[in-house]
Design a protein around this ligand. Sequence first.
Ligand code: URA
Length: 249
Amino acid sequence: MTSSEEQLSLFQNPTTDSEASAAAQPELIPTDAKIPIPPGTYSAMTEIAQHCNVCHRCGLGETRTHAVVGRGNLQAPIMIIGEAPGQNEDETGLPFVGKAGQLLDKILASVKLDTDNHIYICNVIKCRPPNNRVPTTDEISACKPYLLEQIRLVDPKIILFTGATALKGLTGEKRGITKIRGNWIEWEGRLCMPILHPAYLLRNPSRERGSPKWLMWQDIQAVRAKLDEMQHSRDQGSEGASADLRFRD
Ligand code: URA
């Protein structure tokens, strides 16, 4: 086995921020996409969760079991944005808990990243599309203000867009995910990297050099290295700041 194969074999193995009472203002309840959700609307993730669970800004509110808002450290330095909840996520109300999510957790663990410390995971849209179809542009637009509020609240140092829907839905990027993955890009003043979607890796099990899994291994190592570099410059810049949760190891 090569060393990258050894690391990939690690890919074989949630905190929730769900409902707590938030003082909902009835006039702000998002029953329609025309009701604005300006930046600064929410002061806590629990308020977003509360609204998402009564949201009817698009038709997906009719068929969801649970809105799927996010899981992980609410002050994480890295935010991962996926496409949409699937069946397991709809049932549990947590993102990335099915097969793709389990693989994602293993990928993260292979470079010692986890949702207790470094990672917050969410999706471009919060409700499951019927039969797991790709979300429409109207659904993405209706849900986008929630995601922008999540980004504002978590304020991550790094954003990873996993898969083409997340990348295109948020940034409008025209280049395909396989072309642009692994490249650092700037979006809204934030450092971001598009990466492949773990479901794509499940459909392509090869570990050969150049395969999707191999590419993911390159990308996640680059992300870990960037985080370490940021931690290092931060520690140099302000003595004793290493207790900061964002950089806890
Ligand atoms: N795929 C996604 O993009 N998101 C999930 O939450 C689960 C699978």
